[in-house]
Ligand binder design. Structure first.
Ligand SMILES: [Zn+2]
Length: 427
């Protein structure tokens, strides 16, 4: 399996200038190749075969006055840039034909000098790892690397990234064998939320760290300072860096935290079940900032990646399972409950439920059933959850805040109803 390993690198001033030049050349080559493909398509609907533009935009272009400076940078980085364009096109066509899963991929777009994040890639021929721990890049030189952890295998490529806050990173691709952990018999269902980050079916709770909310005052101050600086001035650039650094700090802390949580979950459980939350849809609704801050999709991605690596199972159960409406003790569908109902008593069996814990238990049951189904085994006596039912609660589901559906009238059942526009995250 291919994994990425990223390290901070510290190029010297001279190396930064060389890198800046290479970023620029790689971008020009990319854009030239893209323009070539677009023109061919416009002229006679023809698709230039993969790899063909390389000669035109690198080898031949170098001989012209307008592009002679391409000769001053690593040809490997330029070729990689064109291969990246080929990949972008392939992803686009695969997405069109349905060969590629996930959300639709758009056509490649031109890169700009003003892009916040600059990157370039070196193939196996373009870099070398020195015995003294330095990273040798073609036409750049030996760059100092902070090896925060060991590389597990020989890398097949390296991408050099300059992030908006001015930091450089080297991201290596390594191909390693999965490293399966000893099998366990623990399984867990996780209910993700905003009040508490996660509630597990065994009753443990992970608090929501709210990194962005905590840093908000500082960020706002930096943002205000930036908006007061004159456009194009040196001080504006400094202020922009400051904002970017503050954002990077939040993102780093969040990532670090997510890594710790997911590693622990993977170590302790053989199977982990989650609900399929429509994060993109959710992020458009009111608590968007909180949703982004929670980083649910990263949480899920990290879990899935680590599960593949360590021989664990991550099951995602359907978006429309009414996990918070069913009693996890007897399986009776008790009906929708507004988000401010944190506890309820089952009308059928009298069990008293914490809303999130009950949902986590239902997620575990649904996940188990899916997994057994997939394995062809018998479906266990877990809780039967009606398939088609759609939850109507506002909150962590897709229809949250989108429909104009009126909340059920309060009073009829004695349940207070959440009004539209009320902040569901604050209580
Ligand atoms: Zn019950």
């Amino acid at each position: 399996m291919h994994l990425r390993y990223s390290y901070r690198v510290y190029p010297t001033v001279g190396q930064r200038q060389l890198l800046a030049r290479t970023f620029g050349c790689a971008r020009v080559v990319y854009n030239d190749a893209l323009a070539l493909r677009k023109a061919a398509w416009k002229a006679d609907r023809s698709r230039i075969p993969t790899g063909a533009p390389a000669k035109a935009v690198i080898t031949d272009a170098k001989k012209t006055d307008a592009r002679s400076w391409l000769g001053s940078v690593s040809v490997d980085a330029l070729q990689s840039s064109i291969r990246d364009l080929d990949t972008a096109y392939r992803n686009f066509f695969d997405s069109l034909s349905g060969k590629r899963a996930g959300r639709p991929v758009g056509l490649p777009v031109f890169k700009s000098r003003k892009d916040n994040r600059q990157s370039l890639r070196f193939s196996r021929n373009g870099f070398r790892l020195r015995g003294n721990g330095k990273l040798n890049l073609a036409r750049i030189g030996d760059v100092r690397v902070k090896w925060s952890r060991a590389l597990p295998a020989d890398p097949s490529s390296v991408t050099i990234v300059l992030d908006p806050s001015g930091r450089y990173f080297a991201s290596f691709v390594v191909d390693i064998e999965p490293d399966h952990l000893a099998e366990l018999d623990t399984e867990i269902g996780i209910d993700l939320g905003l009040t508490t980050y996660a509630v597990m079916s065994d009753g443990t709770v992970i608090d929501n760290p709210r990194f962005l909310r905590k840093a908000e005052r500082k960020l706002k101050a930096a943002q205000r300072a930036l908006s007061r600086r004159a456009k194009g001035s040196k001080n504006r650039e400094k202020a922009r860096r400051k904002v970017a650094r503050a954002h990077a700090k939040v993102a780093d802390t969040r990532m670090d935290w997510l890594h710790k949580q997911t590693t622990r979950l993977i170590r302790e459980n053989q199977a982990i079940y989650l609900e399929d939350l429509n994060v993109r849809g959710l992020a458009r609704t009111r608590p968007a900032k909180s949703v982004h801050d929670a980083g649910w999709s990263t949480f899920r991605r990290l879990l899935t990646e680590k599960a593949a690596r360590y021989g664990r199972h991550v099951g995602i159960i359907g978006r429309y399972e009414p996990t918070s409406q069913v009693c996890s003790a007897c399986g009776v569908l008790d009906g929708p409950k507004p988000l401010n109902i944190r506890e309820w008593t089952c009308g059928a069996c009298g069990a008293c439920h914490d809303r999130d814990l009950n949902a986590a238990r239902n997620i575990l049951a649904a996940g188990r059933a899916d997994r057994l189904n997939a394995c062809g085994g018998p479906v266990g006596p877990g809780v039967a959850i009606p398939r088609r039912a759609r939850p109507v609660e506002t909150g962590t589901h897709r229809n949250a805040g989108r429909t104009g559906r009126k909340p059920r009238a309060a009073g009829a059942t004695g349940i207070p109803v959440l009004q539209r526009g009320e902040d569901v995250t604050r209580r």
